[in-house]
Write a protein that binds this ligand. Structure first.
Ligand code: ADP
Ligand code: MG
Length: 247
C-alpha cells in the first residue's frame, strides 16, 4: 500500500533522511521507533508530502506521491487527491475549537468530498461510535479530555475513508491514564485490517500491534523485522541499546 523508496531529505546542510526504504503492505501495521531527532516525523510527513523529499520515491497504492515533474495547479490537484487517501494523526489533535465533535469529523467529507450534510453526519456518527464517542457528537472540544480529543482526531481522519492511517506519537502528549483508550482504538483498527504506519515510543504497544518494526537512527534504518525477533533478539547493538533504555 505504501512504498518508501530510497528517500533522502535535507534541512539546509542537515541530512535527516539518508536513503530510507520501507514497505507497508495492505492491511499491515508497521511501527517506526527511534530516539528523538532520528527523522521519524520527517519520514512520516514525507509520506503525505508535508515535507518535500529531495530524492527517492513515495508510492501510495501504486501511485507516485512525490512528482518532481509536476507543478502548479496540476500538482495541487494530484496531492489533494493523494491526501484524501491518507489519514494523519498528530501528537496534538488540532481540532477546531469552534466546531462540535461531529462538525470536526464531517468537515473533511463535506468540504473535500462534497458530501451532503445528512449522509456526512451519518458517516460522522458511525466513526464517532467506532472510537467510542457516539454520545459526544454535539460536544465542543474544550469539554473533552485529551484522550477523547485524540479519539475525535482519529474519527476525523477515518471519516475520509483513507487507504492508510499515519500516526505520529498519537499518545505522547496524553496523561498516562488516557493512553490506553487511544491505544485500544488503534488496536481496533488493526483488527479491521486498516493499513497503518505508526511512530511510537511505546515499545509494548508496538510489539503488540505491529506486523513489522523498524528502528531509525541518524536518518538511516538500523534494523527492521518481525516484532518477535526485533524486540526479543535484535541483531544490532544500537537497537539493543535503544530497547534497553525504552522497554
Ligand atoms: P523525530 O521525529 O525522530 O524526533 P524529526 O524528523 O522531527 O525527528 O527531526 C529530525 C531532525 O530534523 C532533527 O534534527 C530536527 O531538528 C530536524 N528538523 C525537523 N524538521 C525541521 C525543519 N522544518 N527545519 C529544520 N530542521 C528540521
Ligand atoms: Mg517526531
Amino acid at each position: 500500500m505504501v512504498d518508501i523508496i530510497n528517500v533522502h531529505k535535507k534541512f539546509g546542510e542537515l541530512e535527516v533522511l539518508k536513503g530510507i526504504n520501507l514497505t507497508v503492505p495492505r492491511g499491515k501495521i508497521v511501527s517506526i521507533i527511534g530516539s528523538s531527532g532520528s527523522g521519524k516525523s520527517t519520514l512520516l510527513r514525507s509520506v503525505n508530502h508535508l515535507e518535500v523529499i529531495d530524492k527517492g520515491q513515495i508510492m501510495l497504492d501504486g501511485v507516485q506521491v512525490n512528482r518532481p515533474d509536476m507543478s502548479g495547479l496540476a500538482f495541487e490537484r494530484h496531492i489533494n487527491h493523494i491526501r484524501q487517501n491518507m489519514g494523519m494523526v498528530f501528537q496534538h489533535f488540532n481540532l477546531f475549537p469552534h466546531l462540535s465533535t461531529l462538525e470536526n469529523v464531517t468537515l473533511g467529507p463535506r468540504k473535500l468530498k462534497g458530501m451532503e450534510k445528512k449522509p456526512a453526519e451519518e458517516l460522522g456518527r458511525e466513526y464517532l461510535d467506532r472510537v467510542g464517542l457516539a454520545d459526544k457528537a454535539e460536544v465542543y472540544p474544550s469539554r473533552l479530555s485529551g484522550g477523547q480529543k485524540q479519539r475525535v482526531a482519529i474519527a476525523r481522519a477515518l471519516a475520509m475513508q483513507p487507504k492508510v492511517m499515519l500516526f505520529d506519537e498519537a499518545t505522547s502528549a496524553l496523561d498516562p491514564e488516557l493512553v490506553e483508550e487511544v491505544n485500544q482504538v488503534m488496536q481496533g483498527l488493526a483488527k479491521d485490517h486498516m493499513t497503518m504506519l505508526i511512530v511510537t515510543h511505546e515499545m509494548a504497544f508496538a510489539r503488540d500491534v505491529s506486523d513489522w518494526a523498524m528502528f531509525m537512527d541518524g536518518g538511516v534504518v538500523v534494523e527492521e523485522g518481525t516484532p518477535d525477533k526485533f524486540f526479543t533478539n535484535p541483531d544490532h547493538e544500537r537497537t539493543r541499546n535503544f530497547l534497553r533504555k525504552h522497554l
